[in-house]
Design a protein around this ligand. Structure first.
Ligand code: AMP
Ligand code: GLY
Length: 423
């Protein structure tokens, strides 16, 4: 099987690595990729949001399967074009991808499907926003109704700040605040049925103890020792399957990964948001533990044969990933700094490896930073404590001027395993 992955971040590095380790895969291609992905896939330059360009590339390399990583190509209709060309594609159509592209559409689908989520009002005028803020009360949650790369959300107790954010957006969704730990669950869907990967948790704030600005995610871990064992089944039943059925009923069947961002509230799991793509960096840890041949699983989704696919299997133990971010990320990341120590991980940290996110090669062939989140170090071990130790040991050997990372990824969860199992 020849597989083409579209994208070029840490998530795509993890996807390419997992796809390449499926024994039925003969070639992995990635476009545009990055300096690290080049080690596991053949790279091609492409404008990832151009449906015709991606389709031409897929045809040119005779791809058997195209896997689309980021949301922008999905919303631009790249999956539609690839499927129209007769090539199996893992990724929802532009219309189905609106579960991520439009927060108002996602709410509409959830309400129609009876999916538990925060109460919400879509507002255009300042008067509508003010009324919605007062209806739900503080803390206020105000979301830009469009693709904002996870940065369009303001959660605040300051009413003026909430109003100011709304004023800076064309249309916002004002929501009820959901209180509880957050979980990311990835459901792989083939249009009519779905199977869940293991849940993970990510860390959205830039600094330790969940302080600082929101980011795309600074680290992640799986499994979640503090979460109830019934969590996945419950979310499939109450969230994923009703959503997949509702999208199919509307004539926009969902093929790809439906990422449910959940809050585990006192009233049970509720959806904070849907994404039409794998979460980054949660994917890095979930795929680290998945033992099922991954390309075959994605192909089953792309060809509507998931119902016949054997149950998923996992390696034991735990995985932790820590993101190394560039200086001044997320506000204004500095690019072009040399990354040193990538070859120094050594045998004593053999359970660790690096997945590149924002990296490139400079003219001298050195790996340099080229994005806000520069790379992920993934560590695994028999439990979270061991996996953390491996990941941080390896990260300590990598040097990036001005680089920063969180030191508390999975720390509370690791401690909870040692105590009473609650977070
Ligand atoms: P989103 O881009 O929708 O994932 O939102 C980014 C982050 O804002 C989430 O991961 C949550 O931490 C927070 N958030 C969003 N919506 C809510 C909500 N209704 N209640 C509580 N926190 C929220
Ligand atoms: N880690 C959160 C996201 O991918 O949106």
């Amino acid at each position: 099987m020849r597989v083409l992955v579209i994208g070029g971040g840490g998530r795509e590095h993890a996807l390419c690595r997992a796809i390449g380790s499926d024994s039925q895969v003969s070639e992995v291609h990635c476009a545009p990729g990055n300096a690290g992905i080049a080690e596991v896939a053949t790279l091609h330059p492409v404008r990832a949001t151009d449906p015709a360009e991606v389709t031409a590339l897929a045809k040119g390399i005779a791809a058997d399967l195209v896997v689309i990583g980021p949301e922008a190509p999905l919303v631009a209709g790249v999956a539609d074009a690839v499927r129209e060309a007769g090539i199996p594609c893992f990724g929802p159509s532009a219309r189905a991808a609106r579960v991520e592209g439009s927060k108002a559409f996602a709410k509409e689908v959830m309400v129609a499907a009876g999916v538990p989520t925060a109460g919400a009002r879509t507002c255009v005028t300042a008067e509508e926003t003010a009324a919605a803020l007062d209806e739900f009360g503080p803390p206020y949650v105000v979301k830009d109704d469009g693709l904002a790369a996870g940065k369009g959300v303001v959660v605040t107790r300051d009413r003026a700040e909430a109003l100011a954010h709304a004023a800076s957006c064309e249309r916002v969704v004002v929501e009820e605040f959901l209180d509880g730990p957050e979980v990311s669950l990835f459901a792989l869907c083939d249009g009519t049925t779905a199977v869940a990967l293991r849940p993970a948790q990510d860390f959205k704030r830039a600094y330790d103890h969940d302080e600082g600005p929101n980011t795309g995610g600074m680290g992640a871990y799986t499994p979640l020792p503090w979460a109830p064992p019934s969590l996945t089944d419950e979310v499939m039943e109450s969230v994923v399957l009703p959503t997949v059925a509702e999208l199919a009923r509307r004539g926009t069947p969902y093929t790809g990964v439906l990422y449910a961002g959940l809050a585990l509230t006192a009233d049970g799991p509720k959806v904070i948001e849907f994404n039409a793509r794998f979460g980054d960096p949660e994917t890095q840890v979930v795929l680290d533990r998945l033992a099922t041949p991954f390309a075959r699983l994605l192909m089953a989704c792309a060809t509507g044969t998931l119902a016949d696919f054997p149950p998923l299997t996992y390696r034991g133990g735990a995985a932790v990933t820590v993101v190394l971010a560039a200086e001044h990320y997320p506000a204004d990341p500095v690019r072009g700094d040399v990354i040193e120590g990538l070859d120094d991980l050594g045998d004593d940290v053999e359970d660790a490896y690096v997945l590149h996110a924002g990296t490139a090669l400079d003219e001298e062939g050195r790996v340099v930073s080229a994005g806000g989140r520069v790379l992920n170090v993934v560590g695994s071990g028999q439990d979270l404590t061991a996996a953390r130790a491996v990941a941080y040991e390896a990260l300590g050997r990598i040097r990036l001027r001005g680089g920063h990372h969180r030191t508390d990824i999975a720390a509370r969860a690791a401690a909870s395993t040692a105590t009473d199992g609650t977070l």
